[in-house]
Write a protein that binds this ligand. Structure first.
Ligand code: NAI
Ligand code: MG
Length: 336
């Protein structure tokens, strides 16, 4: 059966890295069909809307989207498109692998971990944001539910099983945040008991940050709540060479959106030097999600081999290649 995916070329460097990524995907000869739809500044300029109904409809219909970074215009009345997409499709799992690649400027060589971040609850529900009239006191509501905790922890353990991981670390702050983090930890323990084949350990979030910097090799899969996951996953991206190499998947029951973690990089847009690897790794996650595991592995290997050979690396990786030439080098290897 032919698989169609919604493709959002995005803003800034978005179109450049998306064209490069699709060129590599085409080299894999998967027979994927692309339904190009717009969002972000590109959509706003052409259609007067940041997130047109046709775009939402396409994501809903195809259930899978590959998305370049979007620019949310700064100013009143513009809420983040990414947050909006998460809400619309209840994309509760944010899955961010951090894997060491050859020839990066990273300090570590043996990192292979996946952060699974709860994407819809916690401190990011946008409720109860209050500043007193005198400007002296600010408050905010956090919400953690049994259902939300259970499904994210279950997702992490199922993922661990599916991809042959051995250990899940539950990251929390239940000693202080007794209600919210407390409930998350309690539910995590109950879910973990159903997976005797996967080792489960618990770690308090501040210690986790130190451990990640001191001894990142000890981690396999990390599962945590929204705010901690946001911070930890960026920390992990930094451990393996930064944003140019960090992909992310946003997964819900109705749809899944795959992307690079970085933004639209207006400082280098149009120069043809953006690194396409983060979005390509998002495509690897997408292929795994689509059950095309062999092809996903082939694509990942092509990326690693190209980096190993220092073949047309982009300037952020210390090379003199372009988005296009780097992608061509990867495509040649992916084609076999
Ligand atoms: P950014 O990630 O776009 O850029 C930060 C720095 O990293 C810049 O120096 C940039 O040149 C560099 N960089 C990023 N991606 C790169 C790549 N693929 N290759 C080489 N260098 C790369 O973050 P910034 O500047 O804070 O945000 C710019 C815009 O992106 C904003 O409008 C923001 O709202 C949007 N944004 C969108 C996201 C999304 O759609 N998922 C995520 C983050 C930001
Ligand atoms: Mg973040």
């Amino acid at each position: 059966m032919t698989q169609t995916i919604a493709v959002i070329r995005g803003d800034g460097i978005g179109p450049e890295i998306m064209d490069a990524t699709l060129q590599v995907l085409d080299a894999l000869k998967l027979g994927l069909q692309y339904d190009f739809v717009e969002a972000g500044l590109a959509a706003y300029e052409k259609q007067g809307e940041l997130l047109p109904a046709a775009t939402l409809e396409a994501i809903h219909r195809h259930r899978v989207a590959l998305k370049s970074p979007l620019t949310t215009p700064v100013g009143e009345g513009f809420s983040s498109i990414n947050v909006e997409l998460r809400k619309r499709f209840d994309l509760y799992a944010n899955v961010r692998p951090a894997i060491s690649f050859p020839n990066t400027k990273s300090r570590y060589e043996n990192i292979d971990l996946i952060t699974v971040r709860e994407n819809t609850e916690g401190a990011y529900i946008g409720e109860g944001q209050n500043l007193t009239a005198d400007g002296e006191t600010a408050t905010l509501t956090q919400k953690v539910t049994r259902r939300g905790s259970e499904r994210i922890v279950r997702y992490a353990f199922d993922l661990a099983r599916r991809v042959g991981r051995k250990k899940v670390t539950v990251v929390h702050k239940a000693n202080i945040l007794k209600s919210t983090s407390g409930l998350f930890l309690k539910v995590a323990r109950q879910v973990a008991a159903e997976y005797p084949d996967i080792q489960c350990n618990e770690m308090i979030v501040d210690n986790t940050c130190m451990q990640l910097v001191m001894k990142p090799e000890q981690f396999d899969v990390i599962v945590t709540t929204n705010l901690f996951g946001d911070i930890i996953s960026d920390l992990c991206a930094g451990l393996v060479g930064g944003l140019g190499l960090a992909p992310g998947a946003n997964i819900g029951t109705e749809a899944a959106i795959f992307e690079a973690v970085h933004g639209s990089a207006p400082d280098i847009a149009g120069k043809g030097i953006a690194n396409p690897v983060a979005l390509l790794l998002g495509a690897v996650q997408m292929l795994e999600h689509l059950g095309k595991v062999e092809e996903a592995g082939r694509l990942r290997k092509a990326i690693v081999d190209t980096m190993q050979a220092k073949d047309n690396l982009t300037p952020d990786l210390g090379g003199t290649g372009t988005t296009q030439s780097f992608a061509q080098a990867i495509a040649a290897r992916a084609a076999g």
